[in-house]
Design a protein around this ligand. Structure first.
Ligand code: PMV
Length: 320
């Protein structure tokens, strides 16, 4: 028995940074994201009665370091008494470098594992299971613009607009392909415990969510960009003021931010956002995407760029 699912990473415009329950991996606040079409993870899960332990290959190579989290994720869907599985995952973008590879991996994992179960779950249930593995993964179950609401014992994830309802594009400027040294789960716990700005960060989140939700509903690009950049820089202020400091930026990350500001000064509708990694994601109106990509490609230290429209939620490609 085997099944294969495809999921796309998402990037948050209103970020999640901090948990209120580490056991259930529940975020301390809500978030709003967009799902990216051209970046994807395909994951096949095959039941293998002949294996003594699960195995994982990532882009064709054994990836034992990433296996425990994926095994746990499969357990959360199929139960701990399940037979062993062979997991084959392939992504068309760098893993663990701030491109939300865990979001697409765990979203694909829950959808593929669910197809091997007798009782299929609802999308909302799958979003909660994916969110236990990686907070942002819950959002990759949905396409377009997605809001994650933080309820007392679970998360409620819903689609605000479909990808085609407001066809924005994202240009990712890759400034480093190195794997990050501190994972986001560990880093946000350090922020919660040590950053003097953490409480204020959480306190202001509902206002930013309201502003962004309204901007999305009204397709108000300038308003969305304004609140998204502000929210991103607040999250990074919390990261920078963590002990030890969580600084994910490179010199080129700052150069890319300046490129985006310069484009905007010239009237180009674009804003940036940055996650727990050095890449800069420029969100723009579709008509501006080519110009934005050209400007970012020409920015010092940019290794390459990726360009993508918004995409769909996680889905099954094939299943038995
Ligand atoms: O999904 P996690 O636990 O790896 O956290 C990711 C957090 C950020 O990407 C930095 C922000 C977000 O909301 O996606």
């Amino acid at each position: 028995m085997q099944s294969t699912a495809r999921a796309h990473p998402n990037i948050a415009l209103i970020k999640y940074w901090g948990k209120r329950n580490t056991e259930l991996n529940l975020p301390a606040a809500g978030s709003i994201s967009i799902t990216l079409a051209e970046l994807s993870t395909d994951m096949s899960i095959e039941i293998r009665e002949d294996l003594d332990s699960d195995q994982l290959t990532l882009n064709g190579a054994r990836a034992d370091d990433l296996l425990p989290r994926l095994s746990n994720c499969v357990d959360s869907v199929l139960g701990r008494e399940r037979p062993r599985v062979d997991i084959r995952s392939s992504s068309n973008f760098p893993v663990a470098a701030g491109l939300a590879s865990s979001a697409s991996a765990f979203a694909a994992c829950v959808v593929a594992a669910d197809a091997l179960d007798d009782q299929p779950r609802t999308r909302a249930e799958l979003a909660n299971l994916a969110g236990r593995a990686s907070g942002s993964a819950a959002r990759s179950l949905y396409g377009g613009f997605v809001e994650l609401e933080n309820e007392p014992s679970s998360v409620v994830v819903r689609n605000l607009l479909d990808a085609g309802d407001w066809p924005l594009e994202v240009v990712v400027a890759v400034t480093s392909e190195a794997r990050k040294t501190v994972g986001s789960g560990e880093a946000m716990e350090l922020s919660r415990k040590t950053s003097p700005f953490y409480a204020q960060w959480l306190e202001q989140q509902p206002d930013d969510l309201d502003t962004a939700r309204t901007a999305v509903a009204e397709r108000d690009f300038a308003r969305l960009g304004d609140v998204a950049e502000h929210n991103c820089l607040k999250m990074h202020s919390v990261m920078w003021s963590t002990r030890p400091p969580m600084v994910y930026w490179t010199r080129s990350t700052i150069g890319c931010m300046e490129t985006v500001r310069e484009l905007r000064r010239g009237g180009v509708p674009v804003f940036f956002t940055i996650d727990a990694g050095p890449q800069v994601k420029a969100v723009c109106m579709a008509a501006a995407a080519e110009q934005v990509e050209r400007a970012l490609s020409a920015t010092d230290g940019v290794l390459r760029t990726l360009r993508t429209p918004l995409g769909e939620g996680a889905r099954l490609l094939e299943g038995d």
